[in-house]
Design a protein around this ligand. Structure first.
Ligand code: RTP
Length: 150
């Protein structure tokens, strides 16, 4: 069953530096998702270690934390039907060899260690990640379109 969800989507430092912010936001907007939070932020290695706590122990973990804390990221929350699963499909597979053309990674990435974007892998992770990245909370709003009576 499809349902309204929120996903944490992040444009990683390489995506920001390559000028792909507008392109990635446009894809989510055009797909029909609603942007409910957005900020540019340069986080510390300690913070990124919290975000990637599940991967602690992986051989690529130190390099991942260094890369993610090397520059600002664009942190966002997108809302809509099946936002978590559909968001992951739009991002494409983690490994460039497996990411299909038409997906963000499939169109713009060739290196697993520079794969442009992050998307929550479950509703539970999304809730945790949204709390971690947006401790100030999320604005609640009804779009003008939804509130119009035709
Ligand atoms: P993300 O959390 O960034 O959305 O990525 P993901 O779920 O698709 O993949 P995950 O396994 O959680 O890995 C997190 C990030 O670590 C980097 N990585 N490098 N060198 C490597 O073999 C390797 N494997 C993973 C990638 O940047 C990946 O997105």
């Amino acid at each position: 069953m499809s349902k309204q969800e929120r996903s944490f989507i992040m444009i990683k430092p390489d995506g920001v530096q390559r000028g792909l912010v507008g392109e990635i936001i446009a894809r989510f907007e055009k797909r029909g998702f609603k942007l409910v939070a957005l900020k540019m932020i340069h986080e510390s290695p300690e913070f990124l270690e919290k975000h990637y706590a599940d991967l602690k122990g992986k051989p690529f973990f130190p390099g991942l934390v260094k890369y993610m804390s090397a520059g600002p990221v664009v942190a966002m929350v997108w809302e809509g039907r099946d936002a978590v699963k559909t968001g992951r499909v739009m991002l494409g597979a983690t490994k460039p060899l497996e990411s299909a053309p038409g997906t963000i990674r499939g169109d713009y990435a060739i290196d697993v260690g520079r794969n442009i974007c992050h998307g929550s892998d479950s509703v539970e992770s999304a809730e945790k990640e949204i709390k971690l990245w947006f401790p100030e909370g999320i604005i609640q709003y009804t779009s003008v379109v939804e509130s119009q009576v035709f």
